[in-house]
Design a protein around this ligand. Structure first.
Ligand code: FRU
Length: 516
């Protein structure tokens, strides 16, 4: 690797850089327009955010950090933003946690994860990003792995401990980032996403006895698709199935995969494979690559274990397509809701909203059953700004080609359509009639068993600018920005080319998580 300055030297004062970042966020937030600003999703007060980072529950408190650009509504030199919560429902804004201040992270403190050491201290592994000659490209960057430590038990500030892993250029190209660390028996293990010298997406395994000195072990996984040149945000964990048998799940955000039918429709796509693994061997996938979320806006998920041992996950709701409507409003990007990850009886991954989220509900309206005649529609609710909608489509008793819900239907005719498409046998989010943002649809598959059951259960979280659709208890999820029009946000049920029966229709109004 070309000799750069010592990565541990500081080029600016960290505290001062953090204070400047805070000021810029305040300035952006001052001008913020709230029409789409989330009431119950985590976002920055102002500026751009991407990946969730450093997720943990430590001394009883939940901590969520995220990639943050405090100086504009577009991606730029990365910082870490920080929010915390005692109950996963009410959140507090904490001070910006990390800003670039060392030579090895001159152009960004990139993504990383949190882990509790044997000394019970909380450590953060992250990537330092440097642009060589001001270039961001294959030969223009250097990425090294850095360590930081929580400065107190309440995690109010992080202390930087410097570089722990230089860029090992004999193994790979310069893309090597997003470390995730865990303890395996008596050894600390770290996976990092990388691009190989042959431009293949890989996940590399490193080991350490003391959390500071790391040694390269081997390539844990190489993506079988030669188009995939980089695997970002790798994650790797054991998960028991409904019979109690343990499997290993590998998650990553793949760059370079090409759209194929319904698959990989987004610019980059995040998903998982289930398989087996023993330390010393490569991960052996037993499934193909599957998406963790089939919506328009999902990337860079990270999981962690709660103190009661649930596998929790946050993802980034990624505004991939420019121009991004919320840019006009002074903010860009938010995280998904926290999800619990488990293997269902179908032997596949399910992700459901964290159980704590029922505590967000305030009032509840129940409509029971609505039966729609051929080619008809009916308003279900007059206005839903921040809400959780439950609906069961009785597909056995419906003849419609599509049973749909117009969500956030506004007076200018703009809406986002969530539907069961009987021809495709898929759940669809169609944004064709949304006035703002990109158009197009995304869809999630249903299995033959789900179709045969005769019912499809939807749980839909409607926030001011986005929706998350959970299908059949998290069997599939779709997350999309929607950017509704002005005025009331109606919910209307639709039967296209046939009849439709909708049951158990319930709307919970949701409270704010306190970050707005
Ligand atoms: C994924 C990613 C990571 C990187 C971070 C930079 O969205 O590109 O690989 O660490 O974002 O913001």
């Amino acid at each position: 690797m070309a000799e750069l300055n010592n990565p541990n030297l500081s080029f600016t004062d960290h505290e001062q850089a953090l204070a400047q970042a805070e000021k810029s966020i305040r300035d952006l937030a001052y001008k913020r327009n709230n029409r789409w600003y989330p009431l119950f999703h985590i976002a920055s007060k102002g500026g751009w955010i991407n990946d969730p980072n450093g997720l943990c529950q430590y001394n009883g408190t939940w901590h969520v950090f995220y990639q943050l650009h405090p100086y504009s509504v577009q991606w730029g030199p990365m910082h870490w933003g920080h929010v915390s919560s005692k109950d996963l429902i009410h959140w507090n804004r904490e001070a910006v946690a990390l800003a670039p201040s060392l030579e090895g992270e001159r152009n960004g403190v990139f993504s990383g994860s949190a882990v509790v050491g044997d000394d019970k201290q909380l450590y953060f592994y992250y990537t330092g990003h440097v642009m060589i000659n001001n270039l961001n490209g294959d030969d223009g960057i250097r990425e090294v792995q850095m360590l930081a430590q929580a400065g107190d038990s309440n995690v109010h500030h992080l202390e930087k401990l410097g570089m722990i892993l230089d860029s090992p250029d004999d193994l790979i190209s310069n893309d090597i980032r997003d470390p995730k660390v865990w303890k395996h028996d008596n050894t600390w293990l770290m996976i990092i996403g990388a691009q190989s010298a042959q431009h293949r997406g890989q996940i590399l395994l490193f080991s350490s006895q003391n959390m500071r000195e790391w040694k390269f072990e081997y390539v844990l996984f190489e993506h079988p698709d030669p188009n995939v040149f980089m695997l970002e945000c790798p994650d790797f964990f054991p998960l028991k199935d409904s019979q109690g048998e343990e499997h290993w799940v590998i998650c990553f955000s793949a760059m370079g995969s090409k759209p194929q039918g319904f698959m990989n429709r987004n610019v980059n796509n995040a998903g998982y494979m289930i398989g087996s693994w023993e330390y010393g061997q490569r991960f052996e996938p037993h499934t193909e690559f599957r998406l963790l979320d089939c919506g328009h806006n999902y990337y860079a998920p990270q999981t962690f274990l709660s103190e009661d041992n649930r596998r929790m996950m946050y993802g980034w709701m990624s505004p991939f397509i420019q121009p991004i409507p919320s840019d006009q409003d002074g903010w860009s990007g938010c995280l998904t809701l926290p999800r619990e990850v488990y293997i269902g009886e179908d032997a596949d991954i399910h992700t459901v909203p964290a159980r704590e989220l029922v505590n967000l509900r305030s009032s509840t309206q129940e409509l029971g059953t609505v039966a729609l005649p051929i080619n008809s529609s009916q308003e279900l609710f007059e206005d839903a700004v921040a809400a959780e909608l439950h609906v069961r489509f009785n597909i056995a008793q419906s003849t419609a080609e599509r049973i749909g819900l117009k969500l956030q239907l506004s007076d200018d005719g703009s809406y986002t359509y969530v539907a069961y498409d009987a021809q495709m046998q898929r759940i669809v989010i169609d944004k064709r009639d949304a006035v703002q943002g990109d158009k197009g649809y995304r869809s999630a598959p249903l299995s033959d068993d789900e179709i045969k059951s005769g019912f499809i259960d939807l749980q839909i979280f409607i926030d001011r600018g986005s929706i998350e659709v959970y299908v059949n208890n998290g069997r599939q999820v779709l997350s999309s920005f929607t950017y509704p029009g002005e005025g009331k946000r109606h919910i209307v049920a639709v039967a296209e080319s046939g009849t439709a029966v909708l049951e158990n229709i319930t709307l919970h109004t949701l409270n704010s998580i306190g970050l707005a």
